[in-house]
Design a protein around this ligand. Structure first.
Ligand SMILES: [Zn+2]
Ligand SMILES: [Zn+2]
Ligand SMILES: [Zn+2]
Ligand SMILES: [Zn+2]
Ligand SMILES: [Zn+2]
Length: 369
């Protein structure tokens, strides 16, 4: 860190804190492994064997790992410290999961399904998520074939114009959508062409249903790449084979967007169906989440004077004051801002320069307390 004035430092800290609070406003104190499969925020840890871990474990157990935020996944059980984890993040750790304090690896859930997102790849174009890119991505609401993948809007309508230009929007809050893509307000759920193709007869029945106008906002044709075109090397031959299979089986693939309020319309349709019909069984058995509310697990709110959060911030920052490396620690650094601001106030008042050494001394003092 180069020397900067205290007021600059405080301003930077405040901005980082606000950002951190926005991204991760919760108290990382509970591992959800014990709760079983939940729709919850999931983080893929590339360092520990491409496993998915819960919000709290991403901070408490994998802060020094390479993590990718996957947002929420359905029926997911935390795999921190289960037999899926390759090694302890730190060799000298006594525990596999620092929150569950298990000294031997726990049994992993059978229901977790691991798709390319857990390796850091998204969408049919198999790209890594680029937070700098202006291209909007949406998640498949069915997800049974694609593992609830995220898709670039441009890849859904099969146009390149937004992705390759890659220009940043002048106004970052402005949604930039490719030509031909419907407005995001016009639909509530997106079902990708892979998932729609897997349940082709179900979706054909829905499209032909007398209520389809109350249900379906948009149907977007998806043309398969020409069969002689070579497969991109995804590094995953199973995915490649499966892809080729559904390309051949489907002369016409399409994505669907469902209207706001689609759940109640589906329920009304379901109520009139024969209990043995394909459509009924699909809604009842295979995709009950399309007609039911799907609660999302939210970790407990963080409080300002939380000791564990405070310690985490201290640890992360005392080992290094390099902002990049401390970024993960900063996410957890909730209670420390107040004290640091108080410490820096005299510097700010006198316009004195803060040296890295001063910051280090501050954290040394905190550790002694
Ligand atoms: Zn966990
Ligand atoms: Zn890890
Ligand atoms: Zn853990
Ligand atoms: Zn894409
Ligand atoms: Zn899908």
């Amino acid at each position: 860190m180069s020397d900067i004035s205290a007021s600059e430092y405080i301003n930077q800290q405040n901005a980082l804190e606000d950002e951190a609070r926005e991204i991760m406003p919760w108290n990382p104190s509970h591992c959800t492994y014990v709760d079983g499969g939940l729709r919850q925020p999931v983080f893929a840890c590339l360092s520990c064997g491409e496993i998915g871990v819960c919000y709290s474990c991403s901070i408490q157990c994998h802060a020094n790992c390479e993590l990718i935020e996957l947002f929420t996944k359905r029926a997911f059980t935390c795999d921190c410290g289960t037999e899926r984890q390759l090694a302890k993040p730190k060799k000298d750790n006594e525990y596999w999961c620092q929150l569950r304090k298990n000294t031997t690896q726990d049994i992993p859930s059978l229901s977790n399904s691991y798709g390319p997102n857990f390796k850091g790849y998204f969408c049919d174009c198999h790209k890594q998520y680029d937070p700098e890119s202006d291209s909007t991505m949406i998640q498949c609401a069915l997800g049974l074939e694609c593992n609830e993948d995220w898709y670039h809007c441009a890849c859904i309508v099969q146009t390149q114009n937004q992705i390759e230009e890659g220009e940043k929007p002048s106004n970052p809050t402005e949604q930039s959508l490719p030509l031909g893509f419907p407005s995001l307000e016009s639909f509530d759920a997106f079902i990708c062409w892979k998932c729609a193709s897997r349940y082709k007869s179900v979706f054909r029945d829905l499209l032909a249903h007398s209520r389809s106008q109350d249900l379906i906002a948009h149907k977007i044709k998806h043309s398969s790449p020409a069969s002689e075109k070579s497969e991109p090397n995804t590094g995953n031959s199973v995915d490649g084979l499966r892809k080729r299979k559904y390309d051949m089986e489907n002369d016409e693939s399409f994505s669907l967007m469902l209207l706001p309020g689609y759940k109640s319309v589906l329920l009304e349709i379901k109520a009139e169906l024969e209990k043995t019909s394909k459509l009924y069984l699909f809604m009842d058995d295979i995709a009950p989440f399309l007609t039911e509310d799907e609660p999302v697990y939210v970790p407990p709110e963080d409080s300002d004077d939380d000791a564990s959060t405070y310690e985490l911030g201290t640890q992360a920052l005392s080992s290094t004051v390099d902002r990049d490396v401390a970024a993960v620690g900063l996410r957890a650094m909730d209670g420390i801002k107040q004290k640091l601001s108080e410490f820096l106030q005299p510097f700010a008042d006198s316009g004195q320069i803060v040296k890295e050494e001063d910051i280090r001394n501050f954290f040394k003092l905190q550790n002694k307390e």
